[in-house]
Design a protein around this ligand. Structure first.
Ligand SMILES: Nc1ncnc2c1ncn2[C@@H]1O[C@H](COP(=O)(O)OP(=O)(O)OP(=O)(O)O)[C@@H](O)[C@H]1O
Length: 579
C-alpha cells in the first residue's frame, strides 16, 4: 500500500480540499439532530412559532451549505482518484516496458492486462470512496457518540455500547475478505488469459473444431471466478444486515429507556428524538462502512498486485546503457566463444559450448531440428537474454558492454511469429524507424520482394492492415515484416524462420537481394535450399553445435546434414550437391 500512497502525494492539496469540504458537510449534518431537538423542545412543545421558524431557517441554510460543500468535495475527490488511476497506469506501463525479457516472461500477459485495467480501476474507485467516506464514517460514528453523550449522558451511553463491538466485527471481515478478493483477481487473470488465447486463435479454434472444447474451458474458468466472487461478496454482504440488526436493537433500547426517562422527568422528547437520530446516522455510517469494507478489501488485493509489478526490478541501467555506453555496430562481425545458456528457472542449458565466427557481411544459416536452440541463439545476439558462460563479441566488443538501445538500432530482427499492427502498410514498414522516407520504404519493400504486391493493392502503401494483418497472406506478412527489418539498413539481420511461407523462387530472389546488402545475415531455416549459398552453416542438435562450415564440405563430411539434404532433394541431389 505504501507505494500506492506515494502516488497520492502529488494530489495532496486536492485531497485535503476534498476531506476538508467533507468535514464541513459532516459538521452541519452532526448539528442537525441538535437543531431538531431544539425545534421540538423550545418551539413545538411550548407552541412558540418564532423559535420554530428561526431554527427551521437555520436548519435549511445549513442543509444547503452542506449540499454545496458535498458537491465540491466530490469534484475534488474525483479529480484525485482519476488522476491517481492515470498516474499508476502510466507508471506501471512504463515499468512493464522496462522489464528485462526474462522478467517480462515471468508475468502472464493476461495478468499484466488485468493489473493495468481492473486493478487500477479498483484502487481508483476506492480512493474516491475513501476521500468521501473513509474519514466520514469514523467521524460520523465518533461525532454521533459524543453528541449523543452531550444531549443525554445515560441514553448516549447505550449508543456507546453497540459501536465498538460492531467495529471489531468489521475489522475481522476486512481481513478475511482481502484473502478472498485476492483469489478473485487471480481467477480474473485466468479468465482473461483464456479469453486472450481464444480471441487470438479464433481461426485455429474453428479449423480444429475446438469451439465447444474452448467454450467449456472458458466456462470452467468463468465458473471458478463466479464461485470465488460469490464467496467474497457473501462475506462482505452479511456485514450490512448484521449492522442493521444490532443498531435497531440499540434504537429500541434508546426508545424503551427514553420513555422511562421522560416518565421520570429526566429527559425531554426532543432529547430522545435526537439520540434516535444520532443512532440512525451511526447505523447509516456503519452500513456505508460495510460497502467500504468490500471496496477496500478488493482495492487492497489490487494494490498488492500493482505493487508487486511496480517493485519488480527494471532492467539495470548498466545492462541497458552498457559499461562503455557504446552500441552502434560498424561492420557486424559476430563471434561466439564457448557460449552456454540456460533459461531462468529451468533445469538444463538450451545451448552448450557454442563457438563460431561470422565475418562482416557474411550469411550464416542456422539449421537444426525444432527445439534445438536456433531462436535462443538469436535472442542472445539481441541480448534479450544473456549467456551464462563464454562470451559473444560483435566487432570485437563484448555485447554485455554495449548500449542496448544502440545495439537494437543496429540489428534488423524478423521474429518467427510475424507481428503486424493496425495501420497502413507504410506505417508497418516504417515502424521503429519513423524517419524513414518513402524512397527508403520502397527500397526495403523491393528487397523484401513485396513491392510489386503492394503497388497492385487499390491503396498501395496506404492500404490499411486489419488487426495483425488479417487481410494479408502468410507470405505477404512475412515479407512486410522483413521489409520493416531492412528499412533501417541494419548492420546485422536476424531472420528467424521468416521465409517459411515463401515459395522457392521468391525466397531465392529475396536471398539474392539480401546477399547484395552489406549486412551480416543470420538465417534460421528448415530448408536446405536456403543454406546452399550461405558462407557459414551452423548445424544445431539439442543445444550443441555439431557441425559448421559451407554446404559442400558439410555434405561430404556430416551424416545428419546429408540426411536432411537427401530428405529434401532426394539421394540424386546429394551426389550432385557433393560433386
Ligand atoms: N522462454 C523460455 N523459457 C524456457 N525455455 C524455453 C524458452 N524459450 C524456449 N525454451 C526452450 O529452449 C529450447 C530451445 O528453444 P528454441 O526456441 O531456441 O528452439 P528452436 O530451435 O528455435 O525451435 P523451432 O525450430 O521450433 O523454433 C526448447 O527446448 C524450448 O522448450
Amino acid at each position: 500500500m505504501k507505494q500506492i500512497f506515494q502516488f497520492l502525494k502529488v494530489y495532496r492539496v486536492a485531497a485535503v480540499m476534498a476531506v476538508f469540504l467533507m468535514l464541513v458537510e459532516l459538521t452541519v449534518e452532526l448539528v442537525q439532530p441538535l437543531l431538531i431537538s431544539k425545534i421540538i423542545d423550545d418551539g413545538i412543545a411550548p407552541g412558540d412559532t418564532n423559535v420554530v421558524l428561526l431554527w427551521s431557517g437555520v436548519l435549511v441554510a445549513g442543509t444547503l451549505f452542506a449540499f454545496g460543500a458535498g458537491i465540491l468535495s466530490s469534484f475534488y475527490a474525483s479529480h484525485v482518484s482519476q488522476s491517481l488511476g492515470y498516474d499508476i497506469r502510466e507508471k506501471l506501463y512504463g515499468k512493464v516496458q522496462s522489464f528485462s525479457y526474462a522478467v517480462f516472461n515471468r508475468f502472464a500477459t493476461s495478468s499484466l492486462i488485468t493489473r493495468l485495467t481492473n486493478d487500477v480501476t479498483q484502487v481508483q474507485e476506492t480512493t474516491f470512496m475513501g476521500l468521501r467516506f473513509m474519514l466520514r464514517v469514523p467521524l460520523v460514528v465518533i461525532g454521533s457518540m459524543i453528541m449523543a453523550l452531550v444531549v443525554h449522558a445515560e441514553l448516549g451511553f447505550l449508543l456507546l455500547l453497540t459501536v465498538p463491538a460492531l467495529f471489531l466485527f468489521i475489522v475481522w471481515i476486512v481481513k478475511k475478505a482481502a484473502k478472498l478478493f485476492n483469489r478473485v483477481q487471480q481467477r480474473l487473470d485466468a479468465v482473461n488469459g483464456v479469453m486472450q488465447e481464444n480471441l487470438g486463435g479464433m481461426r485455429l479454434i474453428r479449423v480444429f473444431v475446438r469451439r465447444q472444447l474452448e467454450a467449456d474451458r472458458f466456462a470452467k474458468h468463468s465458473g471458478e471466478l463466479m464461485q470465488s466472487s460469490t464467496s467474497a461478496l457473501r462475506l462482505t454482504e452479511i456485514t450490512l444486515p448484521f449492522i442493521v440488526l444490532i443498531m435497531n436493537a440499540g434504537i429500541i433500547a434508546v426508545l424503551w429507556f427514553g420513555h422511562l426517562e421522560i416518565g421520570a422527568g429526566s429527559a425531554t422528547t426532543g432529547e430522545v428524538v435526537a439520540i434516535v437520530n444520532y443512532s440512525l446516522r451511526t447505523a447509516g455510517a456503519l452500513s456505508a462502512l460495510s460497502m467500504l469494507v468490500s471496496a477496500f478489501s478488493r482495492a487492497r488485493a489490487s494494490a498488492q498486485r500493482l505493487e508487486e509489478a511496480l517493485l519488480t526490478d527494471s532492467e539495470s541501467q548498466e545492462r541497458t546503457q552498457g559499461k562503455q555506453g557504446v552500441g552502434y555496430i560498424d561492420k557486424g562481425g559476430i563471434a561466439f566463444e564457448k557460449v552456454t545458456f540456460q533459461y531462468p528457472d529451468t533445469d538444463a542449458p538450451v545451448l552448450e559450448n557454442i563457438s563460431f565466427e561470422a565475418r562482416p557481411g557474411e550469411t550464416v544459416a542456422i539449421l537444426g531440428a525444432t527445439g534445438s536452440g536456433k531462436s535462443s541463439l538469436m535472442q542472445l545476439i539481441l541480448r534479450l537474454y544473456e549467456e551464462d558462460k563464454g562470451s559473444i563479441r560483435i566487432d570485437g566488443r563484448n555485447v554485455r558492454d554495449m548500449d542496448l538501445r544502440q545495439l537494437h538500432d543496429s540489428i534488423g530482427y524478423v521474429p518467427q511469429e510475424v507481428l503486424l499492427f493496425t495501420g497502413t502498410i507504410r506505417e508497418n514498414i516504417a515502424w521503429g524507424f519513423d524517419d524513414a522516407s518513402m524512397e527508403q520504404i520502397i527500397e526495403a519493400a523491393k528487397k523484401a520482394q513485396i513491392h510489386d504486391t503492394i503497388v497492385q493493392l487499390p491503396s498501395g502503401y496506404d492500404t490499411m492492415l486489419g488487426q495483425r494483418g488479417i487481410n494479408l497472406s502468410g507470405g505477404q506478412k512475412q515479407r512486410i515484416s522483413i521489409a520493416r527489418a531492412l528499412v533501417r539498413k541494419p548492420a546485422i539481420l536476424l531472420l528467424d524462420d521468416s521465409t517459411s511461407a515463401l515459395d522457392v523462387a521468391t525466397e531465392a530472389a529475396l536471398l539474392q537481394a539480401l546477399g547484395e546488402m552489406s549486412c551480416t545475415t543470420f538465417l534460421v531455416t528448415q530448408k536446405i535450399s536456403s543454406t546452399l549459398n550461405a558462407d557459414l552453416i551452423l548445424l544445431l542438435d539439442d543445444g550443441h553445435l555439431i557441425a559448421q562450415g559451407k554446404h559442400k564440405p558439410l555434405l561430404a563430411t556430416n551424416d545428419l546434414y546429408r540426411r536432411i539434404y537427401e530428405s529434401q532433394f532426394g539421394e540424386e541431389g546429394s551426389h550432385v550437391g557433393r560433386a
